[in-house]
Design a protein around this ligand. Structure first.
Ligand code: CMP
Length: 142
């Protein structure tokens, strides 16, 4: 099934200058770049983005970190895109990620894990709605 999912290069990934490397991994896997922009996240957006984490002790630090600099936000599409992006990013904790995944190669810790990716198709729809207007979504010519 053709799916769309959201990836953010977080402030730690932006500072490490791995934005091009991250995008290149998705393109090398045959995935489509549907949308791409730099955006400064705000607390109201993060409250909705991370609604499932709002009661966690790390939420205030996570919010502050996500607002520290702009992030690079993209929508990535393709057959089975959610699973492919999961595999390319690796799990939340870089220490548990396999070599060759983004989080293992560039991540330092759970908070500084370089990228965010949507957890599910439902989360992707929510995240696309929070960050992108319909006219910002494209599809490559075939
Ligand atoms: P992300 O994919 O953006 O989704 C929620 C984020 O919360 C996650 O990546 C991590 O950066 C962060 N996170 C998850 N668990 C923890 C934790 N136990 N301590 C600190 N940060 C966490």
């Amino acid at each position: 099934m053709y799916e769309q999912t959201v990836v953010l290069v977080k402030p730690d990934g932006y500072a490490k200058k791995v934005v091009g490397n991250v995008i290149g991994r998705f393109e090398a896997a045959g995935l489509d770049l549907i949308a791409l922009k730099m955006v400064r996240l705000t607390q109201p957006v993060l409250d909705r983005w991370y609604a499932h984490h709002k009661d966690k002790p790390f939420f205030p630090d996570l919010s502050a970190q996500m607002m520290a600099t702009p992030v690079v936000a993209m929508v990535v599409g393709g057959e089975g895109a959610l699973g492919k992006v999961f595999a390319i990013c690796g799990p939340t904790d870089p220490a548990e990620a396999l070599p060759g995944t983004i989080r293992r190669d560039f991540g330092e810790s759970k908070p500084k894990n370089v990228v965010h990716r949507s957890d599910s198709a439902e989360a992707a729809r929510k995240e696309i709605g929070l960050l992108f207007a319909p006219e910002e979504l494209f599809s490559p010519a075939r």
